[in-house]
Structure formats: C-alpha cells, structure tokens
Design a protein around this ligand. Sequence first.
Ligand code: ZN
Length: 238
Amino acid sequence: MDPVADNKALVLFSGGQDSTVCLAWALEGFDHVETIGFSYGQRHAVEMERRLAVRDALRDGFPGWAARLGDDHVVDASVLGALADTALTDDRAIALQADGLPNTFVPGRNLAFFTFAAATGYRRGLSHLVGGMGEADFSGYPDCRDDTLKSLQVTLGLGMGRRFIIHTPLMWRDKAAIWALSHDLGGDAFVDLVVEATHTCYAGDRATRHPWGYGCGECPACELRARGWERWREGGPA
Ligand code: ZN
C-alpha cells in the first residue's frame, strides 16, 4: 500500500462543539482542510445550520486558519434515518433502552460517515480523516470506540486500495479537557467562537444563553457541556 502522500485532511463537521474543536485542531496541523457534513433527518437541523456560521466565524477571526480552509461537502444520508428507529431522528424523549444504549443511537452511523468521508477523500485527494468521537465521556455508542475506528481505518485502506489515517483528537479527552484544548488552539477568541457559534443541545434550543453557550440546559448534551465548562473554569481536575 502506498504511504500517505499528502498532508490534507477531511473533517467530519456537524457544527457542534466537538467537531468544531476538531476542525481547529486540523487547521493547526494540516496544509489543507475540507469539511464534510451529513444530513440524515436529525430531530433538529440546528447543527446543520450552524455549520456555515462556524466556518464563516473561523474564516473571519483566524486568518492563518482561513488560508487552509477549503471546500465544504454535504452528503444526504437520510437513508440512516429511514433505517434507524431512534430518538435522534424521531420526535421522542431521550432515554436508555433495555440494552443500555441511549435511544439516540443510530446503528452504524459513524461507520457509514467515515466510509462516505473516505470515498470523498479518495476523490478529493485527502488522506487524513478527522472525527470528534470519544470514549472519555462515555456515551455507550460502540461506533465511537477507539478500537472500532482503528479497525475501520484498516478496512477502509484495504477496501479502497489506498491508505487513510483516521484521527480522533478528542478520543481520551473529557468535556473539560476539550474546553482546555480549545483554549490551547485559539485562545480566548476561539473559546468565544465555540460558545457563541456552536450547537450541541438535543432540544435544539438557541434562545437560552448560558456562560457555556446556547441550549436547554437540561438534556444530556447540555449537561455534559455545562459540567465540562464548569470544571475547566474552576481549573480543577478534568
Ligand atoms: Zn439541551
């Protein structure tokens, strides 16, 4: 198999906090960075709407990164919503299922996303694929695990006859450590951008402003984001 010939990355980018930090991380480390997003009938399309706002804010506020930020790609993955019986795509309350997984689980979602990303990277000449999955704040999603994604990297390389490197810079960072990484990457200006422009709330609330950003403050995503913010601001152990 050929060695990786380029220093170009494709970031799985939803407009949420984690993928925005991954995008900044990639813009620091690669010569050229493109973004890819997936529309699949999410309960609230707020994150999809935030994608372009975040890209614009990055371009306006960070000239060094702007020079490396390339095209955006949006893939219609609505077939996932049709296949999955999940609270992420239906209008149902979020809860734990009998198998211990949250009912927001879309089976195989990240496997599909990375496969679509690799196909796009193949066409665009981008060998480095970057995603915001992590095991630190355990979500219970088996396709967020480090072993799953390392295995997928091997499979994609074999199946496409070309080497791809999957990067997951947040894999072992909890939410407090992700806020700290945001500050390391772009200082207060980038932390402000994450607070103002990114969206994480499952309820799609962009009316209520907290110190850590917009959201209902009560859903699991808001709770994680708020708790991480508080721990990072306190400077205590993550
Ligand atoms: Zn919320």
